[in-house]
Design a protein around this ligand. Structure first.
Ligand code: SAM
Length: 287
């Protein structure tokens, strides 16, 4: 199964089609069978499930997914990869390749069509330059998801998993943890890819919550507030929120709200948990 994972096979198919890597599309193809096995074990896809793969490349991971899944939908932006995918996936009847920019697709509607709105799994070696917009797009448009198992830049995986007080903690940590439980599966060195990326990589599995771990009246406002609090990390929370669009409270009133939550008035945003941001957002509701 999955012969493309062997570097020699990858080279053969690339040469056959005279494929030229496009840096702007974040093309670093996986060529390590051990890492692929870890991704498959963590995604634990079954024949009852539909998988969305973002950026199939030459189809290395797609071949594995086709073996395990009921159906695979693979969205690839680079037109020159489509004829390659036709060849490398020709043995499989359970795959649909779509030549599209994932950021321009209505994925929620797509899942409705592909899987009658039932939750899907996302499995991918992501193009790193758009990791955050892809993940936030999936979460914020409330695509029904079981889990998201993805290769990302190592630092980004660490940011997704970080908790209050850590240097990696920020808006991305809070957004991801509102929607899912992150687990780092493996750190992956550059020699597992062709060509080698200039950054370290990691596989992260995001197990999606059925219900968010905190209740908040206005989700959008909470996230806008979180972003404002982290925009200038060195400022106190009260100073960060002072410039929050739409806020009518004075800085002293904001400090009072922070105190009422049992927190020091001069606390920095990076010390607040998701629960505390939710409580703060409810306490200073703007609408
Ligand atoms: N899955 C393959 C593998 O593991 O070897 C390729 C992974 S490579 C890191 C990322 C892939 O995403 C490339 O094939 C690239 O062309 C594709 N890609 C980049 N931007 C995209 C976008 N906006 N929409 C869909 N695919 C994209």
């Amino acid at each position: 199964m999955g012969e493309l994972i062997h570097p020699q096979k990858t080279i053969e198919i690339l040469q056959k089609y005279k494929f030229r890597f496009q840096k702007k599309f974040g093309q670093n193809f996986l060529i390590d069978a051990h890492v692929m096995e870890k991704i498959m074990a963590s995604a634990a896809v079954t024949k009852e499930e539909t998988v969305l793969e973002i950026g199939p490349g030459i189809g290395t991971m797609t071949q594995f997914l086709c073996e395990y899944a009921g159906h695979v939908a693979a969205v690839e932006i680079d037109r020159s990869l489509i004829p390659i995918l036709q060849e490398t996936l020709s043995a499989y009847q359970n795959v649909t390749v779509i030549n599209e920019d994932i950021l321009k697709m209505d994925i929620r509607q797509f899942v409705e069509e592909q899987n009658a709105g039932r939750p899907i799994k996302v499995v991918a070696n992501l193009p790193y330059y758009i990791t955050t917009p892809i993940l936030m797009g999936l979460f914020e448009s409330h695509v029904p998801l079981h889990s998201v198992t993805v290769m990302v830049q190592k630092e980004v995986a660490e940011r997704m998993k970080a908790g209050p007080g850590s240097k990696d903690y920020g808006a991305l940590s809070l957004a991801v943890q509102y929607y899912a439980k992150p687990r780092i599966i493996a750190n992956v060195p550059a020699n597992c890819f062709m060509p080698r990326p200039s950054v370290g990589s990691a596989v992260i599995c995001l197990e999606c919550h059925k219900n968010p771990p905190v209740q908040v009246k206005d989700e959008q406002q909470m996230f806008a507030m979180i972003r404002a609090s982290f925009q200038q990390r060195r400022k106190t929370l009260a100073n960060g929120l002072d410039h929050f669009p739409g806020i009518t409270l004075s800085k002293e009133q904001i400090r009072e709200k922070i105190r009422m939550l049992g927190l020091p008035a001069d606390i920095r945003g990076e010390m607040l948990s998701l629960e505390q941001f939710a409580a703060l957002s409810d306490a200073i509701a703007i609408k």
